[in-house]
Design a protein around this ligand. Sequence first.
Ligand SMILES: [Zn+2]
Length: 118
Amino acid sequence: MDALTPDQVEELRKELVALRRELARDLDSSLEGTRPVELDAPIGRLSRMDALQQQSMAQATRQAAAMRTKLAETALRRMETDEYGLCLECEDGIGYARLKARPEALLCVSCQETRESR
Ligand SMILES: [Zn+2]
């Protein structure tokens, strides 16, 4: 796998910064949905279930956004030490195409697959 050019790293850095900003906004706007459902509130059984379902969806969205934020921050830190784009496990290049799709990726495709199948 070819090493990333400085231009590519710079481009991906901008995407990571934008991604982090976008995720922070998602985290902000989803905060509303994770407030505890008031079980005493005079709402029907159906809408209470809706509310609970929406709440758990909002929590899942928040968890995913928080996890991606951590990955993006790790990726940005690795740029400072010139380790960005190298797989955390096998130290092979992750590849520009994959990073373009997921700039926060820390593992190459094969290590990612191994990890997910464990
Ligand atoms: Zn790897």
